[in-house]
Design a protein around this ligand. Structure first.
Ligand code: UDX
Length: 478
């Protein structure tokens, strides 16, 4: 099928290349001309394992191309909306201006198609109610139907998550008459005669045809109303954020009681009602999605007069912010006043296998250390260029050994494999003083302490030999 992807940022570019991989004829559109040029030249504009190869395969096959010209969208039968919905500058809600501008431009192109069945498929994360508004605008154009098909991809696994997702969610205007059984479809296009108003069968059939290889491979697709589909996405991210802040709150209790949060999380996760994923304590969540999505959900609920329903998400956000402050306090506990002290931060990206530094805990902590007068050096395998754009005056060093040389304190804040695998004795030989804070609870404290390091970790006891922790009773009278 001929399809377009409008907005080829992270999500859109991965989606466009993945759709070409599935055999479709894909055109990716963006108003950012340099980005379009880079993609056309086969250059990945961000670090994502597997993406560069997928992009080049698509370009070489002739099935994938990029443009800035809306007129080139005219002969596509399906248009995916991959636009960003960043946090609004004036507060908590989502900024939908790029999405609205793209829909307006698209509607003009589609009105020239003479009623040919065409689907528009929203993939952006949006507040509930957005799709219904956009549908009113788009479905004035004869033949055009809208679906909302949220994207759940994780950075670092984006290609895998797109080509073998846990599930496909289709939000439609009339879920009760979509012709869908909620299970994997047969990939057949529904009758093009379709309907004029009351059924969603046509658009579901067209999207099934696009995802046919995934459906044939057994991926479940779930058809539901627009609002449910919009809410699945934001609530999934809110749940993940809550899980992380939950374990980080327990980490605060662990620090006060001398318990080890990795013991608690390990045992909790073995209950399969809870599950072990997203229970790694540390400096918390960052990135372009989790922080903004919980804030947008709070704003959306408040607009509905339901602030109370998601009030706990404010606490999720607050716990997350608190961990960033706590780790700086820990540095002070180890070094005393930070002015003039040499600190090496391992990691700048918000998570490993990504060069994304949006709302990165590592960078915010580095900035706080700098503000306290410390001489900070940051290293990261992929994110240093982005980091320098984000933090003015940031000192960066690409080579890990060079970054460690002369440090009075090392702080591991993004758990790239190369930092998890550091050899404690070799690292000790490079630094000025063997002190380390494990901000991601990934290092083996015993191995590091045996190599002479003073190791502290968020949510884990200090060195029992250096500072025995008196057991603390949490419950009065016990
Ligand atoms: C997230 C969602 O997982 C994905 O489904 C959605 O489409 C986009 O948002 P992403 O932002 O790529 O994906 O990162 P994710 O892997 O979810 O990690 C988010 C943050 O949580 C990172 O900063 C990570 O370091 C942190 N994290 C994750 C923890 O602190 N502890 C954990 O146990 C897991």
């Amino acid at each position: 099928m001929k399809i377009s992807v409008i907005g080829v940022g992270y999500l859109g570019a991965v989606h466009a290349a993945s759709m070409a991989e599935l055999g479709h004829d894909v055109i990716g559109l963006d108003i950012d001309a340099p980005r379009v040029q880079r993609l056309t030249a086969g250059e990945a504009p961000f670090h994502e394992p597997g993406f560069a190869a997928l992009l080049r395969r698509g370009l070489d096959s002739g099935r994938l191309r990029f443009t800035t010209d809306h007129d080139e969208l005219a002969d596509a039968d399906a248009h995916f909306l991959g636009l960003g919905t960043p946090q609004r500058a004036d507060g908590f809600g989502a900024d939908l201006s790029a999405l609205h501008a793209a829909v307006d431009a698209l509607a003009t192109v589609l009105s020239r198609r003479g009623g040919t069945p065409t689907i528009v498929v929203g993939k952006s994360t949006v507040p509930a109610g957005t799709a219904r508004d956009l549908a009113v605008r788009l479905e004035q154009v004869p033949g055009v139907r809208l679906l909302w098909n949220p994207e759940f991809l994780r950075e670092g696994y984006a290609v895998r998550d797109t080509l073998s997702p846990d599930r496909l969610v289709y939000g439609v205007r009339h879920p009760e008459s979509s012709g869908a059984d909620g299970q994997a479809g047969d990939g057949q296009r529904a009758g093009a005669e379709g309907d004029a108003s009351g059924s969603s069968e046509l658009e579901v059939g067209m999207l099934d045809a696009i995802y046919a290889p995934l459906l044939e491979a057994g991926v479940t697709r779930l058809v539901m109303g627009f609002e449910a589909a919009e809410l699945v996405k934001v609530s999934a991210n809110a749940f993940l954020a809550t899980k992380i802040s939950f374990i980080n709150a327990i980490a605060e209790l662990c620090e006060a009681t001398g318990a080890d949060v990795t013991d608690v999380a390990g045992a909790l996760g073995m209950d399969d009602r809870i599950g072990g994923k997203f229970l790694r304590a540390g400096v918390g969540f960052g990135g372009g999605c989790l922080p903004k999505d919980i804030r947008a959900l709070i704003a959306g609920a408040e607009d509905l007069g339901l602030g109370q329903s998601v009030g706990f998400l404010r606490e999720v956000d607050a716990i997350n912010q608190r961990r960033r402050v706590r780790v700086v306090e820990m540095a002070r506990e180890m070094l005393g006043p930070l002015r003039g002290r040499r600190i090496t931060v391992l990691g700048a990206a918000f998570k490993p296998d990504s060069d994304d530094v949006r709302d990165s805990p590592a960078l915010e902590i580095a900035s706080r250390l700098m503000a306290a007068g410390a001489q900070v050096t940051v290293t990261d395998p992929e994110a240093l260029e982005n980091a320098r754009h984000h933090v003015e005056g940031l000192v960066t060093v690409a080579d890990t050994a060079e970054a460690l040389r002369g440090a009075e304190l090392v702080m591991l804040l993004t758990e790239w494999r190369r930092y998890r695998d550091l050899h404690p004795a070799e690292a000790a030989a490079l630094v000025a003083a063997p002190r380390i804070i494990d901000g991601r609870t990934v290092l083996d404290p015993r191995a590091w302490r045996e190599a002479g390091w003073d190791l502290r970790a968020l949510g884990r006891p200090g060195d029992p030999a250096a500072s025995p922790v008196a057991p603390v009773r949490l419950l009065a009278g016990t």
